[in-house]
Write a protein that binds this ligand. Structure first.
Ligand code: CDP
Length: 218
């Protein structure tokens, strides 16, 4: 049996960056579940379905969605870049609120997480996808720090964005993710809260590795 690490938290709290770096350092598998909800959102936009209508998402069960080493593939097509577009950010919380969409993706995620040492990041990992995880971390950071990080992500990928708009989008998404009926963003009772507002990426990784080692030594 491998070690199962669940990392949950609000938008731009650093889950994906930290999980990817940790996975590389430890040689573990990483599954970024947010990228799967983003991929479904992208395809729904391309198909021009009525995004508000849950019954139009029946296409999801026929999609072949794979996440591996930082790339997300849908039916063999690499959509890693497109899923970070603002239009996807704006719609992903709506798409991920539908129980039927979540059911399909959670089944996929549980299966992907069932082999060896794995880090899974998202919103409902400690509560729904891997309630049996060996270690659960709930990563948070102040809204201003999260805004700064997401703003820099956009700037570094060559996009022109307004800082206030980035902040507003994060807050809207947090609110939707935390208040939805189905699997809302919530800290599992047994998750460890880690505030990264004043921590660098390296410091965060160090803190998590220490928690993993403590857990293994128990
Ligand atoms: O990277 P960022 O925190 O901005 O978002 P993400 O992890 O890529 O997730 C994008 C969106 O997918 C979230 O805002 C949620 O609406 C949804 N999501 C979810 O509902 N459940 C998950 N396990 C992961 C993401």
């Amino acid at each position: 049996m491998g070690f199962k690490l669940a990392i949950d938290g609000p938008a731009a709290s650093g889950k994906s960056t930290i999980s990817a770096r940790l996975a590389k350092e430890l040689g573990w598998e990483h599954i970024d579940t947010g990228s799967m909800y983003r991929a479904v959102t992208l395809i729904a936009l391309e198909k021009k379905i009525n995004l508000e209508n849950e019954s139009e998402y029946s296409f999801v069960k026929d999609l072949d969605i794979k996440y591996h080493k930082g790339r997300i593939l849908v039916d063999g097509r690499d959509v890693s870049k497109e899923i970070r577009e603002p239009i996807v950010n704006e719609n992903v919380s709506l798409v991920s609120s539908f129980p039927s969409v979540r059911r399909e993706l959670v089944t996929l995620q549980k299966k992907a997480a069932s082999v060896g040492n794995v880090i899974v990041d998202g919103r409902d990992i400690g509560t729904v996808v891997m309630p049996e995880a060996d270690l659960k971390i709930f990563l948070i950071a102040s809204v201003d720090e999260r805004t700064r990080r997401r703003y820099l992500d956009f700037i570094n990928s060559g996009k022109v964005v307004d800082l206030n708009k980035v902040k507003e989008d994060l807050q809207i998404r947090d609110k939707k993710d935390s208040t939805r009926k189905e699997s809302p963003l919530i800290k599992a009772d047994d998750a460890i809260l880690l505030d990264t507002s004043d921590l660098s990426i390296d410091e965060t990784i160090e803190a998590i590795i220490k928690l993993i080692n403590d857990k293994r030594g128990e």
